[in-house]
Write a protein that binds this ligand. Structure first.
Ligand SMILES: [Zn+2]
Length: 69
């Protein structure tokens, strides 16, 4: 992945509109800790939302689409 990609302006692949960034807290499973009590682990993930298409894209999706151009 291009290292500049994260800082690029995100544009909807369908309507070329500006995408709104949303951050999601995604559950990734339990992880054992030192205290041996499994903890629920969450991961922050960036998503991009298009108001016009009512469609949501992950960073990976956006970079895949770009690569195919
Ligand atoms: Zn759109």
């Amino acid at each position: 992945m291009n290292s500049n990609f994260l800082f690029d302006k995100k544009i909807c692949p369908h309507c070329r509109g500006k995408l709104k960034r949303i951050v999601k807290n995604e559950y990734v499973g339990k992880e054992a800790t030192v205290m041996s009590t499994p903890l629920d682990m969450y991961e922050f993930k960036n998503f991009y939302y298009c108001d016009f298409c009512k469609q949501e894209y992950s960073l990976t999706e956006l970079s895949e689409r770009r690569k195919n151009k």
